[in-house]
Design a protein around this ligand. Sequence first.
Ligand code: NDP
Ligand SMILES: N[C@@H](CC=O)C(=O)O
Ligand code: NA
Length: 432
Amino acid sequence: MSEIPVIKAALLGAGTVGSGVYQILEWQKEEMPKKLGAVVRLKKILVRDTKKQREGMDSSLFTDNWKEILEDPEIQIVIEVMGGIEPARTYITEALQAGKHVVTANKDLLAEHGKEVLDAAAEHGCDLMFEAAVAGGIPIIRPLKQCLAANHLTEVMGIVNGTTNYILTKMTADHMEFSEALALATELGYAEADPTADIEGYDAARKVAIMASIAFNSRVTFQDVHTEGITKITAGDIAYAAELGMVIKLLGVARNTETGIEVGVYPMLIPREHPLAGVNDSFNAVFVHGDAVDDAMFQGRGAGKLPTASAVMGDVFEIARDLRAGSTGRINCTCYKELRLKPAEEMENRYFIRMQVEDQPGVLASIASVFGNHHVSIAQVIQKSVSGGVAELVVITDKVVERHFRDALLIMGEMSIVKEISSVLRVYTQNH
Ligand SMILES: NC(=O)C1=CN([C@@H]2O[C@H](COP(=O)(O)OP(=O)(O)OC[C@H]3O[C@@H](n4cnc5c(N)ncnc54)[C@H](OP(=O)(O)O)[C@@H]3O)[C@@H](O)[C@H]2O)C=CC1
Ligand SMILES: N[C@@H](CC=O)C(=O)O
Ligand code: NA
C-alpha cells in the first residue's frame, strides 16, 4: 500500500480557537486521507507560555520561538489563532514570504492590513484563507468570494458578533444585567481577549469591513465603518422596544448604493417577526442581496471554540487540497474597484428617540415643530407621565437624512422643556 502524504502545519496560539483546532485535527485523523488524499499534522504550536498546562495537547510541540517555525522547510501551513495586530502581522507576512500557506481567524489584522497581507500572498503564490474571521463557524467568506462571485452584490448585513448578541439576548429574555451577561460570554469563550472590541462594536465593524470589501470588490477598512456599541442600551430601551413589537440587535449593515458604499454597525430596533429577531445567544446571521441570487441568508454559531475551529479547519483542508493539486494561490485580493465611501451625515435611517420633557401643554407641539423644520417626519409618538412634572416621550421617525436629524437633536438638547435625551437608536428598514 502506498504511503499517505503528510502535510506539516504549525499552530500559532493554543487558546479558545487553537485548542478547538487541535481537537478537530484529532477527530479527523482517520478520515483525512479519504477526504484530502493526505494527512495534516501539527509539527509545532507557538504560545507565550510553554509551561502552561493545556489539557489533551502534546506538550512536546510547544515553542515560544517563531523562528523554529519560520525556518522549518517542512512546515507548509501556518494557522494563526493568536489574535491582535502584532506580532501576527509580522509572522503572517514572514510565513508568506517563506512560501508557507496561511489560515487566520484574525479580523483585527485583516480589517486594517488586509490589502498588505493579501498582496504578500499573491506575490508568493500562496493561499491566505480567513473563513473564521467573519461570523465564526458560518461559511460566509467562501460564499462571497466564490459561490456568489457571479453577482453584483448590493447588500450584506446581519448579526456578526456573538458576545453582544448573547448579552442582548440575556438582557431581553432573562432580564439579566449587562455585566453578568458579559461575564458569561467571556466564560464561554465568545468574547475577545479585550471585550471592549465586542461591546463597543469594533469587532462587528471589522467583520463588516471584511465582508463589504469582498462583496463590493472595493476596499473597506475598519476605520471606514461608522460604529456604535451596546454599552448605552438600558433595560428601559429594551422594554420600550418590546412595547413597540421589536427587539434590539447589534447589526452590521453594508450597502453598495449609486452614491457610494454605506457601512455601519449600530444597535437597532427590528420587528419581532423579522428573521434576525429570532437569532439569539452566540448565533450570528448574515443576509446577502445580489442581482442574480436575490436574497440569501447564512446562519450559525458566530463564536466559540469548536464552531470557530470548524471554519479554520475547513480552510486548512482547502489548502491541503490545493497543495495536493498544485493549485495554491488561485484566489487572492478581489478589490479591483475604488468606490466612494459615503459619510455618515449623508446616510438615511429611521430613529427611536427617548427623552425626558416637561409635562405641560404645548411641549409635544414644540418638539414636533423642531423636527418638522429639519425635514424629520414623525411616524409614532408614545408619551408617559413620570414623577415630578417630567414626562417620558418616545418618538419614532420616518426615514430621515442623518445630518438633518442630528441638527434637530442639537436644537432640542438646548430647549429648556427638554430635560434629557436618554436614548437615540436606529430602527431597521428593509431596503429592497
Ligand atoms: N473566540 C472566538 O470565538 C473567536 C475568535 N476569533 C479570533 O481567533 C483568534 C484567537 O482567539 P482566541 O482563541 O479566542 O484567543 P485566546 O486569547 O483564547 O488565545 C490566544 C492564544 O494565542 C497565544 N498568543 C497570544 N499572543 C501571542 C504571542 N505574541 N506569541 C505567541 N503566542 C501568543 C496565547 O498564548 P498563551 O496561551 O501562552 O497565553 C493563546 O494560546 C483571535 O484573532 C480572535 O479574534 C475569531 C472568531 C471567533
Ligand atoms: N468575539 C467574537 C468572536 C468571534 O469573532 C464574537 O463575540 O463574535
Ligand atoms: Na465564517
